[in-house]
Design a protein around this ligand. Structure first.
Ligand SMILES: [Zn+2]
Length: 97
């Protein structure tokens, strides 16, 4: 499971990968524009909706815990902001049929 913080400011596409989103990251500033990368609202959403969802996906074997340098690691991206939960699977060329 790859997690990341994304800047939601208009005209700013900054995002950064993190091994684990924690409460300490609330209020972390975007290095590009200074906006908050993780608001209190985002954190509440993450801890009450996203984290349980990701734990469930791990339990089902859809996703695995983040491991540094794991080539088989499934890069499912999960992002929550303003009550919206977004998930995406980036294209995996090794899985083409
Ligand atoms: Zn920004």
């Amino acid at each position: 499971m790859s997690q990341f913080l994304k800047c939601d400011a208009p005209n700013c596409d900054h995002h950064e990968d993190v091994p684990e989103i924690t409460a300490e990251m609330v209020g972390k500033e975007c290095p590009k524009c200074g906006a908050s990368l993780l608001t209190e609202t985002d954190w509440n959403m993450y801890s009450t909706v996203m984290k349980p969802a990701m734990d469930m996906m791990e339990a089902l074997g859809i996703s695995r815990p983040f491991v540094e340098g794991d080539p088989e690691h499934l890069k499912l991206r999960v992002h929550g902001h303003n009550g919206n939960l977004t998930m995406g699977f980036p294209h995996n060329p090794e899985k083409e049929e």
